[in-house]
Ligand binder design. Sequence first.
Ligand code: NAD
Length: 479
Amino acid sequence: MTKIYQNYIDGRFVENGSQELIEVRNPATDELLACVPEASPDQVDDAVAAARHAQPAWEKLPAIERAKHLRAIAAKLRSEKECLAETITREQGKVLGLARVEVDFTADYIDYMAEWARRIEGEIIPSDRPGESIFLMRRPIGVTVGILPWNFPFFLIARKMAPALLTGNTIVIKPSEETPINAFEFARLVNETDLPAGVFNLVGGRGASVGAKLTDNPQVGLVSFTGSVETGKRIMTAASRNLTRVNLELGGKAPAIVLGGADIDLAAKAICDSRVINTGQVCNCAERVYVERAVANEFIDKVTSRMAAVRYGDPIADTSIDMGPLVNRQGLEKVAAMVQRAREEGAETILGGNVAPTEQGYHYLPTVIVNCRHDMEIMRNEIFGPVLPIQVVDNLEEAIAFANDSDYGLTSSIFTRDLNKAMQACNSLRFGETYVNREHFEAMQGFHAGRRHSGIGGADGKHGLLEYTETQVVYMQHG
Ligand code: NAD
């Protein structure tokens, strides 16, 4: 019997209001895993109403009490780590080792946000008047909505819910229709804690219906969205009708610059890992390389041998592989079409360049493309697959100019042993994050925020937490 999940609204799992169910399948085998509801418009409104009803009492709890609830949820997640990791792998396709890291990181992230309970401080501002005090308070926004993509589906629940709840907001989460099962399991575990009803709600469904309905609700104070640029623009347009705040974490096209004299083994490993982790479906990973001519051949040889050694397959059947399938057929077709167009534009595929010859699963061969030019689509648009395009450049200045000439502005990296050049790059690269001599991956205490079309606002650390607050300035005249 196929398992059918139910929406989680106001502290309980509710009968599915619409007849429509969404089938969730394993991208490695096409096996039907479960069905989730497409929430009815009334249920979407019920979830927001429940969050609104629960918010004032939740806000009144001392932050340290709210933090205890978060810690209880983190402990629940840890207690079912193995089973949650398998769920993520089955529906999303990442390798089991990475799914385990995702579960651990999610629990750690919730604990990290809980640590802020005693540290969110306001300000006392000097007044121009005698006998007056000016206080800047940090207040919750109210009801928040988290709309999620499929690539790190479990972690992204925490990235939105933990800072929202810690600061006194309530939340309604809508997972991606591609990977909702792990979110419904998350809700099951939340339900096993004594979190007050209505503080955390979960509704399943598609973006154009359930996502749009959530974004349009005037009771919602903040829509925190992670996903594609196109959807981000739609959400911003819909949110503008009620002047609802938005926090948008969108796509990326991260440049990696490799200079002469760099540790080429390190660069080749970090950049290869970037294209292989989560099958290249990571917003912040290196998506284009600018390598200085002096070390181009050495770098291309080393990165190509690493990519050639990547083993792919069904991550449940073989837990030792490096890479699983892409998330769905559209993802596979998009990657294949982009590589084909790159060839037509004059680039050369020196490794891979085709759909993998497997009987089932959406697998694409690890691919290295050289002779790329900056005007090619493959150097400008997000690929989201195990494909590495490389362009040779004459010097750092040229690399920086190409790197910055992009609609995207999420992450960037440079590999060099020259401190002056590293600093020059950090001062010139117009990106939310820059990694020097290391892989592209952020820390929970940093601030993950894209520029240009990569987003508005950010997540993580103190600055990410404050995105879930608004200010109130009190002017107190007291003699
Ligand atoms: P997507 O935009 O297709 O979907 C994301 C979510 O938005 C889904 O839940 C979907 O149902 C919903 N949605 C779709 N249309 C909607 C609408 N009109 N109104 C409201 N919600 C709607 O993105 P995806 O394919 O799931 O995710 C991949 C993208 O996410 C990539 O571009 C990737 O770079 C980006 N991403 C960015 C970050 C970051 O931190 N910047 C992190 C992970 C993924």
